[in-house]
Design a binder for this molecule. Structure first.
Ligand code: AQP
Length: 335
């Protein structure tokens, strides 16, 4: 079976964009049964920017609860916390020596997050895509479901695999494909249709958090920025209306419809009508996940057991791949 790998950072504020762009699609892929699936809380990625230690541990367990509540079944998928599978970081070091500084410096996420003061950013933030390549390739994964913002990092993963194979004259690491599908590959902020919905947006009203209760979800949708026009007859009519388009895309992804069908169903409606329909749908789909998350969070020891078991399963895959990598590179490993 081809292997799928993907991850989410336990940096708090798991939101609707993470759910529709990533988590929901992880569950769909798991249930298609044509892939072997590995899903990861990428805590080593999270610490590329400052994380309060107690909060990081809490966020990691909460994210694991989110994965399970959304439908990731530890009996069907390998569910892990990155730092518990040390081969990720070990392979990342080798990739740090394969990848070039210039490649990293060109990444838009690096430029956005480092901002004007790149000298003060952590070295880990610059090397982030190299660790991400290792996360994927330590499983020889070939398919990576992600939101649109991660496309450039997957392309870099392919460059790293190709350079490794070329430099060492092997055909060892596969070229992984990003899988960017569905109506919500880029969910935008509820306050600004030109910015993506993001964990780090200082405005809580800009996103729907997976921990928000029904009233909060409904209120945030009611207050979401829109324009005064009604919904058009066709999806093309939303081309220059980013906020309106975003709400239609969210509806489509939650209802598992095409955006075209959503517009056809609601043509001519004012947002005063469409927003309550969207709020009902969002509450309907998200409330069971939120409730299950808090139930799971009541027993953190059980979450830790699930992650420990996942790490053991993962290491059956990662240990031989790292061993072979060491041989290829000429590192004398212990027997
Ligand atoms: N707005 C989004 N729409 C669709 N998909 C999204 N993803 C993130 N935001 C959106 C996808 O979620 C997965 C996990 O993301 P991550 O944990 O790596 O974090 P991120 O992309 O850095 O998420 P944020 O919310 O944008 O965090 P900050 O604010 O820290 O930058 C990925 O597959 C991503 O594509």
């Amino acid at each position: 079976k081809p292997r799928v790998f993907s991850g989410i950072q336990p940096s708090g504020n798991l939101h609707l964009g993470n759910y529709l762009g990533a988590l929901k699609r992880f569950v769909d892929t798991q249930n298609e049964a044509e892939f072997e699936t590995v899903y990861c809380m990428v805590d080593l990625h999270a610490i590329t920017v400052w994380q309060d230690p107690a909060q990081l541990a809490h966020n990691t367990r909460e994210l694991a609860a989110g994965f399970i509540a959304a439908g990731i079944d530890p009996a069907k998928s390998i569910l892990i916390n990155q730092s518990q599978v040390p081969e990720h970081a070990q392979l990342a070091w080798i990739f740090n020596c394969v990848a070039r500084m210039g490649w990293m410096g060109r990444m838009t996420q690096w430029k956005d997050k480092a901002g004007k003061n790149a000298e003060a950013a952590s070295l880990g933030l610059l090397a982030y895509p190299s660790l991400m390549a290792a996360d994927i390739l330590i499983y020889h994964a070939t398919h990576v479901p992600v939101g649109e913002d991660q496309k450039q990092h997957i392309e870099l993963t392919r460059d790293i695999a190709a350079k490794f194979n070329h430099d060492y004259g092997v055909d060892f690491f596969p070229l992984a494909e990003p899988v960017i599908e569905g109506a919500a590959t880029r969910v935008m902020s509820l306050r600004d249709g030109t910015k993506k919905m993001s964990k780090s947006d200082p405005s809580d009203a800009s996103r729907i958090n997976m921990t928000d209760d029904a009233d909060t979800i409904a209120k945030k949708i009611r207050k979401a920025k829109t324009d005064p026009d009604p919904l058009p007859d066709s999806y093309e009519g939303l081309a220059d209306r980013p906020e309106a388009r975003n709400l239609v895309n969210i509806y489509a992804a939650l209802a598992e419809m095409t955006p075209e069908a959503v517009v056809a169903d609601h043509a001519g409606q004012q947002f005063g009508q469409f927003k309550p329909a969207l709020a009902d749908l969002a509450v309907d789909k998200l409330a069971p996940i939120t409730t299950e998350m808090s139930r799971l969070m009541a027993d953190p020891a059980e979450i830790d057991r699930i992650l420990a078991k996942g790490a053991l399963q993962a290491r059956e895959i990662t240990t031989p791949i790292l061993k072979r990598t060491y041989e290829i590179v000429g590192l004398v490993a212990s027997v």
